[in-house]
Design a protein. Structure first.
Length: 286
């Protein structure tokens, strides 16, 4: 009798869990439309408020369905997007927390691959081999995990651990570049351009290589993804002390309509704010 009751209770519990996951997965389809609407928003304050509330919602859904890769990607994207657009310039320490939360979410799925999980703490050659086990369908997960990790590194350059982690992120981002260089407006090219421009020459930096990646992105996006000009100014023009080119790139952002890239007006609005901020800091930067 007790066994029978236990079986019934177990069945009800499992049924309830399955139902919860079903509801979450049905709801996650609606989130796609929410993402589309958010990217079209041009009011930065409204976008910031919406994104902040959506992060709480998404993280709650992840707790109910922690193995849902699509949901993990959406949540990591929201966290990284909030850090990039609304935290890193004004409150970098806060942004670092968001970037790490996004990275760690992505890692929960990536580490299900045993070879990748082992290779993370092993020789870089092992990590390079493990990356071949990921295909094009894995690009969104790889990108938002790697992008978030890179965001943390960029804000943690005084931390020796950041430089120790950078080669691992480069391996992940290189796999994305090999699989789909156009993903998210070719942002992987921006990563490599930033890395080559950010590092001092004594540590392997190369401004001309940085320039090549930024130019590849501009060609790929037809110059419509305005964040490219911001990164180009910050990690090439500034690093080479080319003040005229710095002004040219940032004024290009300010003079270009944000709807030049339909469906992604928010990102271009964020680019404008970053361009204004860099121009305002020009005297201290140069």
């Amino acid at each position: 009798m007790y066994k029978y009751i236990w079986l019934v209770l177990t069945a009800l519990f499992l049924s309830s869990c399955s139902m919860n996951k079903l509801v979450i997965r049905q709801s996650s389809r609606l989130l796609d439309y929410g993402v589309l609407a958010l990217y079209e928003e041009t009011d930065l304050k409204l976008a910031e408020q919406a994104l902040a509330s959506n992060i709480i919602l998404l993280e709650g859904m992840v707790k109910g369905d922690p193995c849902n890769t699509k949901l993990i990607v959406l949540t990591a994207q929201a966290l990284a997007g909030y850090a990039l657009g609304f935290a890193e310039d004004a409150t970098p320490e806060r942004a670092k927390v968001f970037y790490l939360r996004a990275r760690d979410l992505g890692m929960t799925i990536l580490k299900e691959n045993a070879d990748f999980s082992r290779a993370l703490d092993g020789p870089l050659e092992d990590l390079q081999k493990a990356m071949y086990e990921f295909g094009k369908k894995d690009v969104p997960l790889l990108f938002w995990t790697g992008f978030s990790w890179a965001g943390w590194i960029n804000l943690s350059l005084n931390d020796p651990q950041s430089f120790a982690d950078l080669p691992k992120v480069q391996i992940i981002m290189q796999r994305i570049l090999d699989l789909d260089e156009s993903y998210f407006h070719g942002a992987t090219h921006l990563f490599f351009g930033s890395v080559w421009g950010m590092k001092p020459k004594i540590l392997g930096g190369d401004p001309e290589k940085a320039k090549e990646y930024f130019e590849k992105n501009l060609k790929l996006t037809e110059g419509k993804f305005l964040l490219t000009y911001v990164y180009y100014a910050k990690y090439y023009a500034l690093k080479t002390l080319d003040e005229d080119f710095f002004d040219q790139l940032l004024n290009k952002v300010l003079s270009t309509p944000v709807d030049i890239l339909p469906g992604y007006q928010l990102l271009n609005m964020i680019a404008r704010e970053k361009a204004k901020d860099l121009l305002n800091k020009k005297e201290e930067l140069f």
